[in-house]
Design a protein around this ligand. Sequence first.
Ligand code: ADP
Ligand code: MG
Length: 742
Amino acid sequence: MSSTLRFQVVAEAFKKKPLEIPSREDRPSEFFAKYVFNRQKMFKYLPTKVYEKMCDVMDNGTTLDLETADAVAEGMKRWAMELGVTHCTHWFQPLTEGTAEKHDGFVEHDWQGGMVEEFTGKALVQQEPDASSFPSGGIRSTFEARGYSAWDPASPVFVIGDTLMIPTVFISYTGEALDYKAPLKKALKAVCEAAMNVAGYFYDDVTKVISNLGWEQEYFLVDEDLYAARPDLLMTGRTLMGHDSAKNQQMDDHYFGAIPRRVAAFMKDLEIQALELGIPCKTRHNEVAPNQFELAPIFEETNLAVDHNMLMMSLMRDVARKHGFRCLLHEKPFAGINGSGKHCNWSLSTNTGVQLHSPGKTPMDNLRFVTFLVETLMGVYRHNGLLKGSIISATNAHRLGSNEAPPAIISSFLGKQLSDLLTALETSGDNHLFDLSGKQALSLNIPQVPELLLDNTDRNRTSPFAFTGNRFEFRAVGSSANCAAAMIVLNAAVAEALSDFKTRVDVRIAEYSLRPEYSEGTGHTAKYHAIVDILREDIKACKPIHFEGNGYSDEWKEEACRRGLDVEQCAPKMFLRYLASESIEMFRKTGVLTEAELTARTDIKLETYTKKIQIEARIFGDLCLNHILPVATRYQSQLIDNVHRISEIFPAEEAREVSADNLKLIRQISSHTSFISKHVERLTDARRVANRIQSESERAIAYHDTVAPLLEDIRYHVDKLELIVDDELWPLPKYREMLFIR
Ligand code: ADP
Ligand code: MG
């Protein structure tokens, strides 16, 4: 782009008028889930018997027989056709980014020369998309390209435009998972069963435990025309070069600030569409960085929440374009200002309405609370390296450990009251802290647990896994990620911890039951003492994960090392945590992923990492050679011309003096441009060397060690040139032009 064109584009972008802020007559509660085939629609469109069977499938996970599926498909088709739907697709989450779909029309031959609209139970329940072009990490060689997608009735079917979207799991011909959803569902099953068994110590009436997820999605908006003028943004989702804007977030004037009208119109539009698709949007606000915003729905069952986040991300991209924006979900689109995360708020609750991670009113409730709290910490502690492996990516690596996001070390913050409580429980020999009679609950002078609910204020923003009153908030997840990756590991790890806890408590109960002092009726039951004893062991065991201090500090890195936490900083090496023996064992025990699946997934992660850096390096090299160097040289030639002319009219001595500044600039430009051209060549060489490495992991590590750092080194010089070169010549929209939507 020539500079005049750049100025024009910038001016146009600034002049753009906001679209009308959409408004509706009906209330959100009325149009919520308008395009979702939820229970109400099922009730209306399905025969009673079929409806009841579907409820059983959804609530209790029983299998759907083909006869019922046919009847469900018939009702679905009727509903969908009233909305003008003509096609259906299985909608799945392959191990690439985003979602995949393949549309089929409802049409069939009527065998009399015409057509009929048809949608069968079989088409609803199963499809065989050609899986050969999706990454499988070698699980399925291309000659047996078949993959199956199978309907997940726990996530309702919805309509977008003329298409019925059917959420599905995606597996290979031989049954291995090729997506995020299949292992997620297994992890959820594992954690719900394990939690159910532990909840049984405290309540008689619980028949089901639910895993909940409430995500908060951060994102950037950029004007579409400015975006189009930045090949790096277009190709990689982030700016690979660009000098800081003089003003960015230092005034703290964006966070929670008034929302610009163009953005407000976008947000409203997005919210209405999301609500119609059954996503319970609640919160929206400006974030810390200019042009950065956040959106959060009310939490939902984890499987559904994951689907809704995937749906929301594609909706955001779509609606943004309607408003002349591009929505950036990259974790670090702009250097020097905050990046974007996706906080995952997670908790367990029961079908009887008990929030297992919330303190309660009775001492027994509180013992249950401490149990679930401590066993969550146990899971996170044992698999802290793996959890980090689940959230790291080529893109999230730019955000973690900067001064805005949790460091690349997993730890948990609990707040003062809870920390004191755990310390008291750990150090005291007195088991009456939660005495069932309640009389001695305060005997250790410990603040009553329920007050914690009020103690929501001392939040530690630097903690990657913080307890926030009734849930844990996993803050290290990246904005572009599928939350399933993190949720698979978290739920499986906690499932393992809870099962392990149950086994040990049961052994202890059997032991204590033989003791007369623990016999029933005294208020000191064997069960109660067994639980408190095992908890005490676990509080001690998982202590290293508990950290209340400043996670951004250098001392913490040293301290974490001493505590034996995972302090690996290299992304490809973090992926390898999936193949650590304790990870393989945990996934095996919980039935979530087999070793073959883990190997395949790790290979995909490594390959994706390599490709991302490869693409960045290529586009960066092109930009340097085609955009930056020519412009810098042109400006330098102008300066040289000027020096020549001056020497023609001034005597030599004086000419040198008059041209001193320009001569200095000419030298500076030379030094930057020669660094850039030399290192762009090195960048190509480094790629060539890395590409020859056979091992997927070593190649990714080589990209990390030898290619990625060169991008940063060269960028420094490009950004310096941006400051020197005449603004009129500079081809790429600058940070100050892209970052302030009016
Ligand atoms: P923050 O103060 O971190 O910005 P928000 O209120 O924006 O918090 O978002 C908190 C998220 O946590 C919301 O999605 C909310 O529904 C969710 N949440 C609240 N309670 C729970 C819970 N018990 N389990 C899981 N998620 C929850
Ligand atoms: Mg949050």
